[in-house]
Ligand binder design. Structure first.
Ligand code: HSE
Length: 335
């Protein structure tokens, strides 16, 4: 059956069982926790997956522009890895994806696609793989565990990946925490933002980050939000990436004087992220400061107030299999 890529046709309907997964966006690093800290955010992507006679991939929403709809699609490819590891074969899949997560902006869009695909494919085969195994696969695919850990487990994740294994501990984010993101209207690939990093760093910078990242985790664990602005400083990646995001240095230097608990480049950027206390009276001032500072450097940006998301990728069981993914997502949003 031919169904249009823009989603106006009927839902995947070859009759086989379908699974649906909702997966959160994420921010990585949180300043000093380069390739180690991640936090899930309440901005989502959804994936629908079923076994089919002939592969078909439908993409919904403006965030999907340029994403391939053939078997080179990341979701399709990752699903095949799950089947291979589980020893089953499903070469033809019916996949639909809708996402509110901006692509290539530092909010974990590729990690959410990888995690969504892993969880959906695993659900389709009755959960043969454990969450731990999915985390190993996700970390190996991304080459760092921060975004995928947050998208898979939700909350704040502290993790490493040493090239062979990934381990993590999940920390429950406090309800008081709000997250302001300023998303510049240009894309910055993770590859480019990693390319500017040095191969080696001075010992004093490594020591600086160990202290700051450790203090930041302790501040989150103990609710010491007064410590966040001291802890959320970095010497390993932000100084090298600052030239890629005009206005970033000013924001990192001054946001705490405009009501931020702490501020950082979100993942590899270009999005900037400020943490705020939900009870703060300076939220409007902080938002204005970020937008004006970027505008002062000629950068247009959009802001969003988000919350940490406590749930990781979740199999959705209440979607209507006779509706399109877009209709299902929209009806969930209107509830
Ligand atoms: N930790 C990674 C980086 C996140 O900063 O390059 C990229 O998504």
């Amino acid at each position: 059956m031919n169904r249009p890529a823009n989603g106006s046709g009927p839902s995947a309907g070859d009759g086989g069982p379908k699974v649906y997964v909702k997966v959160p966006a994420s921010t990585a690093n949180l300043g000093p926790g380069f390739d180690a800290l991640g936090m899930a955010l309440n901005l989502y992507a959804w994936i629908e997956m079923g076994v089919a006679e002939r592969t078909e991939i439908r993409l919904y929403g403006s965030q999907m522009a340029g994403v391939p709809t053939d078997k080179s699609n990341l979701v399709y490819q990752v699903a095949q890895q799950v089947f291979e590891k589980a020893g089953v074969s499903h070469p033809e899949l019916d996949i639909a994806m809708y996402s509110d997560i901006p692509l290539t902006r530092g909010l974990g869009s590729s990690a959410s696609a990888i995690v969504g695909a892993l969880v959906a494919a695993n659900a389709l085969i009755g959960g043969k793989l454990s969450a731990y195994e999915l985390f190993q696969m996700a970390s190996a695919l991304e080459k760092h565990p921060d975004n995928v850990g947050a998208s898979l487990f939700g909350g704040l994740t502290v993790a490493f990946w040493d090239g062979e294994r990934a381990e993590h501990i999940r920390v429950e984010p406090d309800d008081r925490l709000e997250v302001l993101v300023a998303i510049p209207r240009f894309q910055l690939s993770t590859e480019k933002a990693r390319h500017v990093l040095p191969g080696e760093v001075p010992m004093k910078d490594a020591v600086f980050n160990i202290g700051h990242a450790s203090l930041l985790v302790a501040a989150f664990c103990t609710g010491r939000y007064d410590m966040i602005r001291h802890a959320m400083k970095d010497a390993l990646h932000q100084p090298y990436r600052a030239p890629l995001v005009p206005g970033m240095s000013d924001i990192l230097d001054r946001a705490e004087h405009h009501g931020a608990l702490g501020v950082a480049l979100s993942g590899a950027g270009p999005t900037l992220l400020a943490l705020a206390d939900a009870r703060s009276g300076s939220k409007d001032e902080l938002e204005r400061f970020l937008l004006d500072t970027l505008a002062g450097h000629g950068i247009e940006a959009d802001t969003m107030w988000l919350k940490p998301c406590t749930d990781g990728a979740t199999v959705v069981t209440h979607f209507d299999p006779n509706a399109t993914l877009l209709e299902n997502v929209k009806s969930e949003a209107s509830v």
